[in-house]
Design a protein. Structure first.
Length: 234
């Protein structure tokens, strides 16, 4: 079964790997786990484990750790700042951005965002990010920040050398251009206001377009992540 990952809360220095909760049910009921089977697991803190199952208990699986690897937290190289969206498109967008390996997502509350802006990070967003490391082969989940205003983003995002904003009137993305690190802003369904465009331009954001047609905000964000991921991968 090695190659299929499961989530664990076991720390880096654990002697025994524990799989519980929803992961237990998937491992036991769906994957038909048995004693002696080898499994991969990650804890979302930069640790990967290869372990052999030693006990199938009530509500938990125990496994002896055979190998382990740790990855330190690295500075973000690809940061997307998409508009807050309604629940369904927002959840879809976050899921795909996390699967694509975006390092950090900074949701923005624009003047024309079409839904209320939560003050804190919804728990379901964090769960989506954590679940994504089971499939994208990373050892740490995408960092998701609390929703913020555009002014807040612009005052704190100057550490990113590459700054782009998706605009239908922007230039096509150059096929040979390398940006690393990069911060990409994606506007709301109602588009930027003139004031927001002026602020982005003043902050040094370069306008790009991915497609000659108009894309939904969630589609634009996913497409941008796919394109930019290739430019921030060693």
């Amino acid at each position: 079964m090695t190659g299929r990952r499961f989530l664990t809360n076991s720390p880096a220095d654990a002697d025994t790997l524990i799989i519980a909760g929803e992961e237990y049910h998937h491992l036991v009921r769906v994957m038909r786990a048995r004693t002696g089977m080898e499994i991969e697991a990650v804890n979302g803190c930069g640790d990967w484990f290869l372990a052999r199952i030693t006990r199938l208990g009530q509500g938990r699986v125990e496994a002896v750790i055979l190998q382990r690897r740790h990855e330190e937290q690295h500075p973000a190289r690809l940061v997307l700042a998409p508009s807050i969206l309604k629940k369904r498109p927002m959840d879809l967008m976050l899921e795909k951005l996390c699967e694509l390996g975006v390092d950090e997502i900074r949701p923005i509350c624009f003047a024309r965002s079409d839904t209320d802006c939560p003050e804190e990070i919804p728990e379901r967003w964090l769960r989506v990010a954590r679940q994504s490391i089971k499939v994208n082969r990373r050892l740490r989940p995408t960092r998701i920040t609390a929703p913020q205003s555009l002014d807040s983003l612009l005052s704190g995002g100057t550490e990113m050398a590459g700054r782009v904003v998706l605009e239908i009137t922007g230039r096509p993305v150059p096929p040979d251009l390398s940006l690393d690190p990069v911060l990409c802003v994606i506007g709301p369904p109602g588009d930027f206001t003139p004031e927001e465009r002026t602020a982005l331009q003043a902050a040094g954001f370069f306008p790009w377009r991915l497609n000659p047609g108009v894309l939904r905000s969630e589609t634009a964000a996913i497409a941008a992540a796919a394109v930019l991921r290739q430019r921030t991968t060693a």
